[in-house]
Ligand binder design. Structure first.
Ligand SMILES: N[C@@H](CCC(=O)N[C@@H](CS)C(=O)NCC(=O)O)C(=O)O
Length: 186
């Protein structure tokens, strides 16, 4: 089994944590934007290849990893909603970041990016109300949210001021060995 990805991507990080947790053998192949554009039809990472099976999205990759290890993937609807809401907010945040870094387009240049930014701000508030993590291990939804928050802070894309539940979640997540071991280098 091989997984292609970058060390900074929060989507890839979640999969790397699941691989460490389940102890499945998997080769990690570091991949940049030019390589992933040739490798995957979606031109995104992560990408997982296991013989004839090709998975192009972190959600299907996580389902595959968890179930290969004999575990369930999302038995609980509220945690699945937390995971999906996080993905929507994270996608908006990544979109703003990539348009700025690829094309130099700033929020002030685009009405749609302003809408995306509004989605990030209202999404963070809603996520703050939805999450209350007090102990490890984190649920799948909480883990996705922690990967997003750590990436957002690393890239200076978010601010957790007055978002106490999100701040607490991140403090808790950093106590997890695999979360700590997969942090992007600063
Ligand atoms: N829905 C995808 C999103 C993956 C994603 O957005 N990956 C980013 C890296 S953080 C990417 O490869 N972006 C390249 C691009 O947008 O061109 C998943 O969950 O795997």
């Amino acid at each position: 089994m091989k997984i292609y990805g970058s060390f900074t991507s929060p989507f890839v990080r979640h999969c790397r944590i699941a691989l460490l947790e389940t102890n499945l053998a998997c080769e990690f192949i570091e991949t940049d934007a030019a390589h992933s554009a040739k490798l995957s039809p979606t031109k995104k990472v992560p990408l997982l290849v296991d013989d004839d099976l090709i998975l192009t999205d972190s959600s299907s990759i996580l389902k595959y990893i968890r179930e290969k290890a004999g575990l369930h993937f999302f038995a609980e609807i509220n945690d699945f909603e937390l995971f999906n809401m996080t993905n929507t907010v994270l996608d908006a945040c990544v979109n703003i970041f990539l348009l700025e870094s690829f094309d130099g387009i700033k929020l002030s240049d685009s009405k749609y990016l302003q809408r995306q930014n509004g989605r990030v701000l209202s999404g963070l508030k809603a996520l703050n109300s939805a999450v209350l993590a007090t102990q490890l291990p984190l649920t799948e939804g909480q883990l996705r949210l922690a990967c997003f928050l750590d990436w957002g802070l690393y890239r200076n894309r978010i601010d957790l001021f007055e978002l106490d539940n999100l701040s607490k979640l991140l403090v808790l997540a950093k106590k997890d060995k695999y979360f700590a071991d997969t942090a992007p280098e600063s």
